[in-house]
Design a protein around this ligand. Structure first.
Ligand SMILES: [Zn+2]
Length: 92
C-alpha cells in the first residue's frame, strides 16, 4: 500500500497524497464497498460511463465496474480505512 506520496497510476492519472493504491486489502475493500452504499459521500463510478453500476472494490486488485471492463487502482485513503464513518453529515 502506498500512502501519503505522489505516484502516477498506470492510466496516467497523478495520484496525490492521501490516496491508496490497489491491490486493496480485505479491510480496505470492505471499507470501500461500505462507502459505496453508505450514501453519505459521492460513490466511485465507472470512468467509461457514469450510468454503469457503482464500482466494486475487489480484494487483491482494485475497483471493477460491474457493467464493463473499466478498472481503477486508487482510492482516497480515508475512504479505505473506515475513517469516513466519522465524517457523516459532511457529504462532498
Ligand atoms: Zn463501466
Amino acid at each position: 500500500m502506498s500512502e501519503d506520496r505522489t505516484v502516477r497510476a498506470p492510466d496516467g492519472t497523478l495520484v496525490t497524497a492521501g490516496m491508496v493504491l490497489a491491490p486493496f486489502t480485505l479491510d480496505q475493500s470492505l471499507s470501500l464497498n461500505a462507502w459505496q452504499v453508505a450514501g453519505f459521500f459521492h460513490p466511485y463510478t465507472c470512468g467509461n460511463d457514469s450510468g454503469h453500476g457503482l464500482l466494486m472494490a475487489t480484494v487483491g486488485a482494485g475497483w471493477q465496474c460491474p457493467d464493463c471492463d473499466y478498472t481503477q487502482n486508487y482510492a482516497l485513503a480515508w475512504s479505505a480505512d473506515w475513517s469516513w464513518r466519522d465524517r457523516q453529515g459532511a457529504p462532498c
